[in-house]
Design a protein around this ligand. Structure first.
Ligand code: C5P
Length: 232
């Protein structure tokens, strides 16, 4: 402690999958395990950072030695990010945020009775939390609370096709989201969601050469947090 590459730094990591409630017992969710985000929080801790993990649904335990804030939905995650991130040095958006939520929350459990037809589900868009943080920083918001982080890190899972490689699409996404680093996963059979191994490229808005990292999610987390420390 005190001597790591991130000592004295405040790092906020979001992880896990958001759940969007339909009624008191049902939700729309996703298959994110939270493993990569949890590994990132632990790796930042190991480099000496003060870490806050904002956790949506996790399939793995939160690491020790980090602060934990539990949230459920994308909008709760957004509120937590807006409240907790000003003053932090780094925001790592590893959470799998639902792009859509049910337009209406039904306060009592939807019942099935013989004479009731299947309900139609209407969805509305969720806010893009990463893009919101980038925009708030650009607008100079929260200056009195230390301002927005020097480094905002996004994640993306991409597939390539005949005309564009995964890296082509990732560069486009980096530019579109406006974040400083983008960690891109090549979507494959055994990689990504729930898997223990991962293969990523780390792209930099600065134009620095992408860094590739492969191995366990802990290995990838060490490579990403080292790249963050180098970029700060
Ligand atoms: O556009 P896409 O969903 O592929 O972008 C993924 C990145 O954006 C991740 O870092 C994710 O945490 C973030 N994101 C977000 N809010 C959303 C959707 C994604 O912050 N509503």
């Amino acid at each position: 402690l005190g001597s790591g590459a991130l000592s004295g730094r405040r790092v906020v990591v979001t992880a896990g999958g958001t759940r969007e409630a339909l009624d008191p017992v049902r939700f729309l969710g996703n298959r994110s395990s939270g493993k990569q985000g949890v590994a990132l929080a632990a790796a930042a801790r190991d480099l000496g950072a003060s870490v806050l993990l904002i956790a949506a649904h996790l399939e793995v335990p939160a690491p020790s030695g980090v602060e934990l804030l539990n949230v459920t939905s994308a909008r709760e995650l957004q509120t937590a990010v807006e409240r907790e991130v000003p003053g932090a040095d780094v925001l790592i958006m590893a959470a799998a945020v639902a792009d859509f939520r049910p337009a209406q929350y039904v306060a009592s459990k939807m019942k099935k009775t013989d004479d009731v037809e299947a309900p139609e589900l209407t969805l509305v868009r969720n806010p893009d939390i990463l893009a919101g943080a980038v925009a708030a920083r650009a607008a100079g918001e929260a200056a009195e609370r230390g301002g927005w982080p020097d480094l905002i890190v996004g994640f993306a899972a991409e597939t390539g096709d005949e005309s564009h490689s995964v890296l082509d699409y990732a560069r486009q996404k980096l530019a579109r989201k406006g974040c400083d680093l983008l960690v891109v996963n090549e979507v494959g059979e055994s990689k990504g969601f729930a898997a223990d191994v991962n293969e990523v490229s780390i792209l930099f808005a600065s134009g620095a050469e992408p860094v590739r990292a492969a191995g366990s999610k802990d290995d990838v987390a060490r490579a990403v947090t080292q790249a963050i420390a180098d970029a700060l």
